[in-house]
Write a protein of this length. Structure first.
Length: 115
């Protein structure tokens, strides 16, 4: 479960509408090798936004040697640039926890023929 914490006026809170907008935008970012979006692949671990609108997406990739990592990071920035509350995007690629097929949504598993 991804939680979008917004820090505003000294308080962290969850803005469900903004979270839905951000996650919807991230669903437009498709892993070029697999043809499935990064949200349904389970690659997005966390999203945080500070009171200035700086949004940090913590995510992983399907493999450490992913040759298209830069493309995916650029697509994340482009996807979030259309959201008015987002003023800046930072993408943190992490390797813990290690991504596995278990993190994929049912949709992604069906699309890839995984049971």
């Amino acid at each position: 479960m991804i939680k979008l914490y917004v820090f505003k006026e000294g308080v962290f809170y969850v803005d469900q509408d903004l979270k839905d907008n951000i996650m919807g935008a991230l669903e437009q970012v498709v892993d070029p090798e697999l043809g499935i979006d990064i949200v349904n692949l389970g690659l997005v671990y966390d999203v945080d936004m500070d009171d200035a609108g700086k949004t940090t997406v913590t995510m992983t990739l399907t493999s450490m040697g992913c040759p298209l990592a830069g493309v995916i990071v650029d697509q994340v920035k482009a996807a979030l640039s259309d959201i008015p509350e987002v003023t800046e995007v930072e993408t943190n690629i992490v390797w813990t926890p290690v991504w596995s097929r278990d993190m994929m949504s049912r949709y992604a598993k069906i699309a890839l023929g995984i049971q």
